[in-house]
Design a protein around this ligand. Structure first.
Ligand SMILES: CC(C)(COP(=O)(O)OP(=O)(O)OC[C@H]1O[C@@H](n2cnc3c(N)ncnc32)[C@H](O)[C@@H]1OP(=O)(O)O)[C@@H](O)C(=O)NCCC(=O)NCCS
Length: 414
């Protein structure tokens, strides 16, 4: 059929004419880069500037991550993300108490987890268990603001239990319940190992949790908001977020870093390994680069220092030294900075944590941000539904299946 003035490509869509693909000029923003996709009062990332040597900055509700990492606890940050300001003493006691009292998983869920394949990855288990918890939540079908706050609290309390329960079950061990008075970091390490963590281990993990708690419209949070914006439930929105976090370009990068360090093996092999990797087309060194930070990632310095301090205490600075060297090479070769995942890898490694729990620890922390964003989305909602730039053919006529069959047969013969 000849093209006419009423061709679909010439018709306006969503109030504005698109058809850019037809005109050969793309107006789509690949990966939504630089697109402001909504408003939030929870968190902001200042990208910084590589050329001007401006560092990146991160604020949670106006508080600088430097201040929070140095002075706050994870529970204070959880309250801050959910309730707009740092807690008073009694508010902090309350949030700690509520988290402590809501850590247990329903026995039906633990029974189900016992039947999961023993080699299921902890992230796949988190995704499945978060979804299952929606079936058992006492307010599962209730979508009032109060019920959604309660669900946010329960999911944040349960996330460390999901991870540690699975780790013990897959080893053939029984899960251990945390003590209600334990902080999230303390409870996580206690439920994992069955013994009280040292102050150093607890504070190191606590700081790591603060640093990972939120990051504006990162991929997993955005996935959560898209799901919440359909007015779907909290557990579905968090399940979407967990799925997005699994990917190696997002939360999965920290595990990739430790695998790389192990593959390199020795400090003297770092330089040839990285240079060789960078030769590959589209090569990515895990733990480097960021969509928003052009200057340094403000979270990386704390993890770098904690990794060094733990290495010094244990008289084993191999991974830290190798990581420093990789950082120097990446700056020299690509002018790219390390991101939050790079030194979290050697920090968790030095804490003796299993490698496949690195990304789950990210979830133990980021659940606070996800739920804060879901609550914010519910409070002022509009469905998230962008446009796409159409890149397919514009106009085709229906061909009867007999004719398609004949064309296919003729194609095979020729
Ligand atoms: C985070 C990430 C997905 C951001 O992707 P993005 O914003 O689409 O950035 P791009 O892929 O367009 O990269 C821009 C440039 O930096 C380079 N680059 C970015 N990250 C790189 C990395 N980790 N290793 C090597 N080069 C990298 C790209 O090659 C590209 O260079 P070019 O313009 O010469 O081709 C990307 O940096 C990455 O894959 N990093 C590794 C995974 C990771 O650590 N993820 C955790 C993020 S917190």
């Amino acid at each position: 059929m000849p093209a006419t003035a009423t061709d679909p490509k010439d018709q306006p869509k969503g109030g504005q004419a698109t058809g850019a693909a037809g005109a050969g000029q793309s107006t789509a923003k690949e990966g939504l880069q630089d697109v402001i996709a909504g408003r939030t009062a929870i968190c902001h990332v200042f990208g910084g500037d590589k050329e001007k040597n401006y560092p990146g900055r991160l604020i949670y509700r106006g508080y600088d991550i430097d201040d929070l990492a140095q002075h706050a606890t994870f529970e204070e940050v959880v309250h801050l993300l959910w309730h707009d300001d740092l807690p008073t003493r009694s508010q902090l006691d309350q949030v700690k108490q509520q988290l402590g009292q809501n850590r247990a998983l329903p026995s039906e869920v633990i029974d189900l987890m016992r039947r999961f394949p023993k080699d299921a990855t902890p992230m796949d288990v988190i995704r499945s268990v978060v979804s299952t918890l929606g079936l058992f939540d006492p307010e599962g079908a209730v979508d009032t603001t109060e019920a959604n706050h309660n669900k946010a609290l329960r999911l944040t309390a349960q996330m460390p239990t999901i991870v540690t329960t699975w780790h013990r079950l897959r080893q053939g061990k029984d899960p251990i319940q945390a003590k209600p008075s334990q902080s999230t970091a303390e409870a996580f390490l206690y439920m994992l190992n069955g013994e009280e963590p040292t102050d150093v281990a607890e504070r190191t993990l606590d700081v790591a949790l603060i640093l990972h708690a939120d990051h504006e419209f990162n991929a997993s949070t955005f996935a959560a908001r898209v799901t919440a914006a359909t007015l779907s439930d909290m557990h579905s929105a968090v399940t979407s977020a967990v799925g997005a976090l699994i990917g190696p370009l997002h939360g999965g990068a920290n595990e990739g870093v430790i695998h790389m360090l192990q593959e390199i093996g020795e400090p003297e092999k770092v330089e040839p390994f990285i240079l060789d990797k960078l030769k590959g087309r589209g090569a990515r060194i895990m733990g480097f680069g960021h969509r928003v930070y052009r200057g340094t990632d403000p979270r990386a310095q704390y993890l770098r220092e904690m990794s060094r301090q733990l290495g010094e205490r244990q008289k084993d600075l191999k991974f830290w030294t190798m990581s420093r060297n990789i950082e120097e090479i990446m700056w020299r070769e690509k002018t790219i900075h390390a991101n939050v995942d790079f030194y979290s890898a050697s920090t968790y490694w030095a804490l003796g944590l299993p490698t496949d729990l690195f990304t789950p620890i990210f979830a133990v922390s980021r659940i606070a941000g996800w739920t804060a964003h879901i609550l914010e989305q519910y409070s002022d909602n509009r469905i998230i539904r962008p446009l796409a730039e159409y890149a397919g053919p514009w106009q085709r006529s229906y061909v009867p299946i007999e004719q398609r069959e004949q064309t296919a047969q003729e194609g095979k013969k020729s």
